[in-house]
Design a protein around this ligand. Structure first.
Ligand code: AMP
Length: 282
């Protein structure tokens, strides 16, 4: 695996790599089995895989965890190499944002919903860095996790609006056996908090169960999930919402053939966690 720190280095690698499709997996590092699932999908669907590790400062708000975000570069490189990644792009912030950098991509209303509502500016940071990473690496396909469902909606909007020549591939959420969605931020949790965090997936499961038994009314589904969340005093809820997956606008009733996104976010101690499920009535 080639590790490249500069934009010019990636472009040179791309020129030397010759024909064949490139799958790209952008990450912030602290890699886990969720990231590995994206790498495997990228390998299966392309001739070569490139990954990036970049803890993007512009998508963190003041007081968020940018400076203490877990950085495990050596272990990440071992995982990426084992998954058959050909190129790792791991730039410093100054390479991505040199003095004078001033462009920002605002995807409009979808970027201000869910996490975009509680983290102002977050999705502008995400969209801008992802567009720049696409421009640098020039992949045919890029792989993202359903875990960050609002991010998926934002990136779909951006790729559509800007006619970016990249196919977005969305991979299912990878969970621990007990239901906790894998996240780099799970490392922050104490053993007790790790147990408390299970309330998120439990609440989603309760609503899924109700939907499977025929419930269609959003208020009822949300009330059921909220009741489960309420059983865990350690949780400080940010949002719980049933929304249309592309626009992130609220859904009032589940309709057959129209999957709705049930998404939750909240803090356990100082750690902000997110989770979601797609409810797909038949
Ligand atoms: P991050 O390093 O947190 O920016 O995540 C990089 C990519 O991995 C994003 O597309 C995430 O949605 C995806 N990802 C993170 N956690 C999971 C998970 N548990 N299952 C599937 N994909 C994930």
């Amino acid at each position: 695996m080639e590790i490249v720190r500069s934009i010019a280095g990636v472009r040179a690698w791309r020129r030397g790599a010759g024909a064949g499709s490139l799958g790209f997996v952008p990450t912030m590092g602290a890699l886990h089995a969720g990231h590995a699932s994206l790498l495997r999908a990228a390998r299966a669907g392309n001739d070569r895989v490139a990954a990036s590790i970049f803890v993007n400062p512009t998508q963190f708000g003041p007081g968020e965890d940018f400076s203490r975000y877990p950085r495990t570069f050596a272990a990440d490189c071992a995982l990426l190499a084992a998954e058959g990644v050909a190129l790792l792009f791991a730039p410093e912030p100054a390479e991505m944002y040199p003095a004078g950098f001033s462009t920002a991509i605002d995807v409009g209303p979808v970027g201000a919903r869910l996490d975009g509502a509680s983290r102002p500016g977050h999705f502008t940071g995400v969209a801008t860095v992802v567009a720049k990473l696409f421009s640098i690496t020039g992949p045919e396909r890029a792989y993202f996790g359903q875990k960050d469902a609002a991010q998926v909606a934002v990136l779909r909007q951006m790729v559509r609006d800007l006619s970016l020549p990249v196919e977005l591939q969305i991979c299912p959420i990878v969970r621990e056996p007990d239901g906790l969605a894998l996240s780099s931020r799970n490392r922050y949790l104490s053993p007790a908090e790790r147990v408390e965090a299970l309330v998120l997936s439990r609440a989603l499961l309760a609503a899924e169960d109700l939907a499977r038994h025929g419930a269609r009314d959003a208020a009822m589904l949300l009330e059921t999930a909220r009741a489960v969340l309420g059983e865990e005093p350690a949780l400080r809820l940010d949002y719980l919402a049933l929304v249309e997956p592309d626009t992130l606008e609220p859904v009032a009733f589940l309709e057959p053939g129209r999957p709705a996104l049930l998404a939750v976010a909240g803090w356990i101690g100082v750690t902000r966690l997110i989770d979601n499920t797609l409810l797909s009535p038949v």
